[in-house]
Design a protein around this ligand. Structure first.
Ligand SMILES: Cc1ncc(COP(=O)(O)O)c(C=O)c1O
Length: 358
């Protein structure tokens, strides 16, 4: 049969999500690696009934609570099943065949995937070997020929940030060229810098955030996109019938009443980060500074990198071993409380000792 798909799936790399990760120490996908306190989960679950599951989602309570907590209007927000589909809806609305998008490289992989899926070309601004970003090159690349510029802050996978002054320059240059700007704040509040309070000042900027990282709800798929009322009403035109599940609404509303656990987790990750950096330093491994809940450890010898990644996997500790430039000589470890960091540091130390390389 001659089906004629419109999206360019042919050129899109297909990322298979790894499974079988339950019960392991998961330091490979930057989730909340400790999980929310079990008693809190039980408390939230006790509010769910057969009716909560049988009924189509009623999303209003979460819009209301989220708007209050962010000091925005409900009309400034659109919920989505994770920040990833929120990002996809922005592409769906603004990016089409033959368009250009300005993207740092490397950045969140789906920025590139969606560019190709919707038929656009990416103008890539490559990070330097020292993880510096050529900010002038980003500004220079913004022109009337561009449809979208996307910046994750902190960026993944580099863990680096740019300051508010630069982001304002980007948004303002984009504004005068009729370009929409995406600021991806998936790693908020590990890094507290944010453009969210300015969504009403710039009608060409949106900010995406997620409940998957610090908030510990990755499995529920919950995120949102914030923007001016006019931009959000445009995005709602490409919204699915129900943007999130009723269970996600329930947990999202619940966690916004218990943000003290999120604050505690962020503080614990800060402690875990210092601990891990110190332990890696003792082993003679440099670490890149990071503003997110993951850290890159430089291990120039490929054989040692592989031995560590594989040796940890054998101990049921998952990390990321293979990465592209400029992080090709690094392993990436998601950060968590010191308890979890002790396990990974001890694992690495044992493997290094057994290889006799240090
Ligand atoms: C920078 C960035 N943006 C967005 C996402 C998507 O997260 P989610 O769809 O779970 O909200 C991720 C996930 O790793 C990310 O690193």
């Amino acid at each position: 049969v001659n089906l004629r798909p419109k999206a360019r799936y042919d050129s899109v790399f297909r990322m298979l999500n790894p499974e079988g990760r339950r019960g392991k120490l998961r330091l490979d996908k930057n989730e909340n690696v400790a999980g929310l306190p079990e008693e809190l989960i039980q408390q939230a679950l006790s509010g769910l009934t057969a009716e909560s599951i049988a009924i189509y989602p009623e999303v209003q309570p979460l819009y209301k609570k989220l708007a209050e907590s962010l000091n925005l209007d409900e009309a400034n927000l659109m919920l989505a099943a994770g920040s990833d589909p929120a990002i996809k809806s922005l592409y769906e609305l603004f990016v089409g065949e033959g368009d250009s998008v300005v993207l740092p490289k490397p950045t969140y992989a789906m920025f590139h995937v969606y560019a190709r899926m919707f038929g656009a070309t990416a103008i890539n601004i490559q990070y330097g070997a020292d993880l510096s970003l050529d900010q002038g090159a980003i500004l220079d690349a913004i022109s009337p020929d561009v449809q979208l510029v996307a910046i994750a802050n902190p960026n993944s996978p580099t863990g680096t940030v740019v300051d508010e002054g630069f982001l304002r320059q980007v948004v303002e240059k984009a504004h005068s060229n009729g370009v929409v700007t995406l600021i991806d704040e998936a790693y908020y509040p590990f890094y507290s810098g944010t453009m969210l309070p300015y969504v009403n000042d710039y009608d060409n900027m949106v900010v995406t955030r997620t409940f998957s990282k610090a908030y510990g709800l990755a499995g529920l798929r919950l995120g949102y996109i914030a923007g001016s009322e006019s931009l959000i009403s445009l995005l709602k035109k490409v919204r699915p019938m129900y943007e999130v599940t009723g269970v996600a609404v329930h947990f999202g509303t619940f966690i916004l009443d218990h943000t003290d656990v999120v604050d505690t987790y962020v503080a614990q990750v800060g402690e875990g980060k210092s601990y891990l950096a110190t332990e890696m330093d003792k082993l003679g491994f440099a670490t890149h500074p990071t503003h997110a809940n993951f850290m890159h450890v430089r291990i120039p010898e490929e054989s040692l990198r592989n031995a560590i990644t594989e040796g940890l996997a054998a101990k049921d500790i998952l990390i990321t071993g293979r990465q592209g430039p400029p992080l090709e000589d690094c392993i990436r470890i998601s950060l968590g409380p010191t308890e979890q960091m002790k396990r990974v540091a001890a694992g690495i130390s044992e493997i290094v000792a057994s290889t006799g390389t240090r």
